[in-house]
Ligand binder design. Structure first.
Ligand code: IMP
Ligand code: MG
Length: 181
């Protein structure tokens, strides 16, 4: 049986660096939303689960948590990598301050789709918080309001992120080789 520990990915961003950055983000978000009655954090499953859990516990403002799940369609000529909503939020977001929390921005298609979908529901405000961004790969021009780290075009795992559903629970962000390498 294959297991995560047999081939441990090389450390790319260590636990200490993640902790420091997540606290900084939490402090900034808490300051920015200090006057809002409540902040609704919407995590994009599944990659966000550890980041959102750490971030939400460090916030000093009133907040609520909800989740969405998305998937990307198979690439076709008519629909190149279109995004589909698998699970919607339970909350009615109209009039609410919404912060979408995602693990990583690659092409930006997922977040762009979510911003469009949520904007149409008339939130009081809509912002984005992303732990990692592969700026070399960005196709869509999406606005990130809170960013953890800019990284090069490598495949990262751990701290919620996976490769073929492996290594999500690593405490650090590691780098793996993929078939394309
Ligand atoms: P985008 O729509 O291309 O921005 O897709 C971003 C999504 O692809 C992320 O939310 C991840 O689920 C996945 N993804 C992209 N790059 C990586 C990576 O290096 N590690 C793990 N997941 C990734
Ligand atoms: Mg994701």
């Amino acid at each position: 049986m294959k297991n995560d520990h047999a081939t441990k990915p090389a450390v790319f961003i260590g636990e200490g660096a993640i902790r420091t950055r997540v606290s900084q983000l939490a402090r900034k978000i808490s300051t920015d939303y200090a006057d809002a009655d409540e902040l609704l954090l919407v995590g994009v499953l599944r990659g966000c689960y550890i980041f959102l859990s750490d971030l939400s516990r460090l916030l000093t403002i009133k907040r609520r948590i909800d989740f969405i799940a998305v998937t990307t369609y198979e690439q076709t000529i008519t629909m190149p990598g279109a995004v589909r909503l698998l699970m919607d939020v339970r909350t009615d977001i109209a009039g609410k301050h919404v912060l979408i929390v995602d693990d990583i921005l690659d092409t930006g298609k997922t977040l762009q789709y979510l911003l469009q979908t949520f904007q149409a529901r008339n939130p009081a405000s809509l912002k984005t918080c992303v732990l990692l961004r592969k700026s070399e790969r960005l196709i869509e021009d999406v606005q990130i309001d809170y960013l953890g780290f800019d990284i090069p075009d490598v495949w990262v795992v751990g701290y919620g992120l996976d490769y073929a559903d492996q290594n999500r629970a690593l405490p650090y962000i590691g780098m793996v080789k993929t078939e394309e390498d």
